[in-house]
Design a protein around this ligand. Structure first.
Ligand SMILES: [Cu+2]
Length: 127
């Protein structure tokens, strides 16, 4: 009886241990960049962000649109066209995501086409 209980207990412990291992966050992180600051400035917030390759960045229309996000500089081998979102977003809450899976490490610079002249430029660093 006691032996059976011990077996059951070890089976339960094993199940918990393997669950704990598989429950590790293997997923990519998702970051949100607001387009247009809450205080009414024509900025991306945050204007500098550090991520890991494989993470996803969501660009969310916040204020003073329309906005978009066009990448114009990146490390060698970066697919800037894939990351760029030309389509203008007009309504608060509209968004699109840029997928940095396979993105080489380095600094990525991007801007908002309508507001580039107003200084709506920003940077993402992939580590
Ligand atoms: Cu803009």
């Amino acid at each position: 009886m006691l032996k059976k209980l011990g077996l059951m207990l070890s089976a339960v412990l094993l199940a918990i241990a393997s669950f704990a291992l598989t429950a590790q966050p293997a997923n990519a992180a998702e970051y949100t960049i607001k387009m247009g600051a809450d205080n009414g400035l024509l900025k991306f917030v945050p204007s500098e962000l550090t991520i890991n390759a494989g993470d996803v960045v969501k660009f969310e229309m916040n204020k003073l649109g329309p906005h978009n996000a066009v990448f114009d500089k990146g490390p060698a081998g970066a697919d800037l066209k894939k990351l760029s979102k030309d389509q203008l977003l007009f309504s608060s809450g509209e968004s699109y995501t840029a997928d940095f899976s396979g993105a080489p490490k380095g600094e990525y610079e991007y801007y908002c086409q309508p507001h580039r002249g107003a200084g709506m430029v920003a940077k993402i660093t992939v580590e």
